[in-house]
Design a protein around this ligand. Structure first.
Ligand code: NAP
Length: 255
């Protein structure tokens, strides 16, 4: 049956940035699709809400607050998930930040470093833990790296974020080739999604109208719409899809 190919039954997934927004909805959608899911983020209280939603689906989970920039902590995370639930065969690198909107000439180097530490090095650290463990057990898996429409086209006045999300596309393509045929690696590139991340731009009427004028579907996405793409990419429905940049951007990058 075609729909069976979307099932994640028997999978163990780690979703970084799983405490809210796209990551929370992805973690819950993957649990609904049958996976055991461990959401990862720094804030324990927000994470607990996600784990409660995962438990309500009947899937197993673990409360493991963790900063993705802490390499040893990420290693402990993969060890503990493997010990308590099972080996991880789906990773969604979704944790990300975008604290800077402004002139590149005014940007301080610490902000650039922080954005790259979370968006790129955090994703790399998790990917490496994931890949090494799959190689050791001669297993298979699926990695979904959350990039952005800003990983494909320019987002003006968001240079460090745009550069970090283009780096995620490079990481994705390189790993897809290196890790084939055992691990499929794809980038998921959302447009503007209704989460805390975009609250500032959505609340400012003139910026909001400028953005909407650039979105053929003329609306912001719900995080559940992006989560559905993540489930697809992680599942056997995408069994011949690797190295792809999957846009869920309402048509933005098509113009
Ligand atoms: P969000 O609502 O701000 O959520 C970000 C998540 O990342 C939270 O769970 C946050 O939890 C976690 N996080 C941040 N820094 C972290 C760190 N150092 N270690 C571990 N977790 C960390 O953002 P979102 O809109 O869901 O975005 C999720 C991803 O989609 C990001 O990679 C973003 O770049 C990408 N994206 C978003 C949009 C959009 O329009 N919203 C568009 C394109 C791409 P804690 O703060 O508790 O750690």
């Amino acid at each position: 049956m075609a729909l069976d190919r979307f099932s994640l039954e028997g999978s163990v997934a780690v979703v970084t940035g799983g405490s809210r927004g796209i990551g929370e909805e992805t973690a819950v959608a993957m649990a609904e699709a049958g996976a055991d899911v461990v959401p990862v983020a720094r804030s324990e209280d927000a994470l607990r809400e996600t784990t409660e939603r995962i438990e309500a689906t009947g899937s197993e989970t673990l409360l493991f607050p963790q900063d993705v920039t802490d390499r040893e902590g990420i290693e402990r995370l993969f060890e503990e998930v493997e010990e308590r639930i099972g080996p991880v065969d789906v990773l969604v690198n979704n944790a990300g930040v975008n604290p800077y909107f402004g002139s590149t000439n005014e940007l301080d180097p610490e902000t650039w470093e922080h954005i790259f530490a979370v968006n790129v090095q955090g994703a790399f650290t998790c990917a490496q833990q994931f890949g090494r463990r799959i190689a050791e057990r001669e297993g298979t898996g699926s990695l979904v790296n959350v990039s952005s429409v800003g990983g494909v086209v320019a987002l003006p006045y968001q240079t460090p974020y745009t550069a970090s999300k283009h780096a995620i596309v490079g990481l994705t393509k390189s790993l897809a080739v290196e890790w084939a045929p055992d691990i499929r690696v794809n980038a998921l590139a959302p447009g503007y999604v209704k989460t805390e991340f975009t609250a500032g731009v959505r609340e400012n009427e003139s910026i909001r109208e400028d953005i909407l004028a650039n979105i053929p579907q003329d609306r912001f996405a719900d995080p559940e719409e992006v989560a559905a793409s993540a489930v697809y990419l992680a599942s056997d429905a995408a069994s011949y899809v690797t190295g792809e940049v999957h846009l869920a951007d309402g048509g933005m990058a098509a113009q």
